[in-house]
Design a protein around this ligand. Sequence first.
Ligand SMILES: Cc1ncc(COP(=O)(O)O)c(C=O)c1O
Length: 449
Amino acid sequence: MKLSDRHEKLLKRTFIDFHQMSEVIKSPLIFEKAQGLYCWDIQGKRYFDAIGGIFVAVLGHRHPRVMEAMRVQMGKMTLAPPMHGISDVTLDLIEKLGSVTPGNVNYIKPFSGGSESLEAAMKFSRQYFKQTGHPGKYKFISCYLSYHGATFAAMAAGGSGKRKMKFEPQMNGFLKVFSPIQLRDSFSTWEETNRFSARMFEDVIVNEGPETVACVILEPICNTGGIVTPTDEYFRMVRETCDRHNVLLIFDEVLTGFGKTGDMFAAQTFGTTPDIICAGKGLTSGAVPVGAMMAREDLADAFYGPPGEGLEFAHGHTFAGNPLACAAGIAVIDEIVDKALDKKARALGEYLAGKLEGLKSLGVVREIRGKGVLRGVELVKDAVTMEQFPMGKKLGTALKKTSIENGLIMRIDPDWFAICPPLIAEESDLDELCGLIEKSLKEALDLVE
Ligand SMILES: Cc1ncc(COP(=O)(O)O)c(C=O)c1O
């Protein structure tokens, strides 16, 4: 895109997350509008948004039901800071979310983003243990490669060095185990890899001392690791380990929640109920910033007691439970439930996986991972020897360029790419998407060869 002087001047006054602006300024994407599966830039070029923003727009952009719910709410109230009260529509969202969470994960606090939800879950857990006779339980165990948000504690829980090193020293009390994907070449099957990986949580808890460990924090499917998709057994084993040692299991479902994996939450897809679920992104399909911490209802008992004893959860944000976000969230959940879009995600996901399998004929696809419409494709130089593309000549880097040229937005890393088309997509849309992917991948191959 050719830049006007004004755009160049203004771009220099801001930044695009995690990007070097000197590169961005050479050909920035400046969007003007979005509808359904597509976005348009300021020059009118259309893009197939294959990740719904960034794993957000589960119903596509500006879904009519969500827009209408917000319009109605705008006629009533748009701000209700949770300091002296709560808006009625926030209670409606709490009821709605409680009706779709697994088990008794019904104690719910809406927030304004995923990182806020993670911060709240970690603070909730530490305060919970202090008030239930285990004041020494403060450590968090999570996985290398994971991403849990950009704020300080969420960053410390994250497992990607390059997103953390510049901000050292990190907060203490955060421990890591390897992600199954980092160990897969040491085992003959994915199942075996997962069993070993799950057992590491037990090893770390025992060696650290269970009386010091508060939580295990897991993304059911880890995006930043390349759509790492563990087995059902992995989560079952981690759940049993947590139960044995009175450790809370937190699922970070900021990315996986709201139908994408074939169920409302990935917890249901993998058949394991955590103690706390953190959500965000998809809950409003991108219409308004949102997040939510959802905990087992009985855990909340620890926060009740006589006034003055300080048992209440010592936490809050100005925009938590914002009425517009709550109205949008209710509309999203209603639409998913009424149209059974989570079930639709399973069928669409099978279709999508089948089409992506076709890319293997290019000889550079090692593996296709994911559940439902959330899919990742791992790229290697040689799919027989599994040799990787060399640094500086990564296929993903070239794909980033060719896909944008072809009007396609995906989540692309040097060695893999991910897509998560909105649940409003039909098979014909996925045909269009996979055509764009194949074209972009072939052109990227030309660039690296
Ligand atoms: C798994 C996961 N957790 C937490 C976050 C942080 O959410 P937010 O960017 O809304 O703060 C993200 C964002 O990408 C995420 O993918």
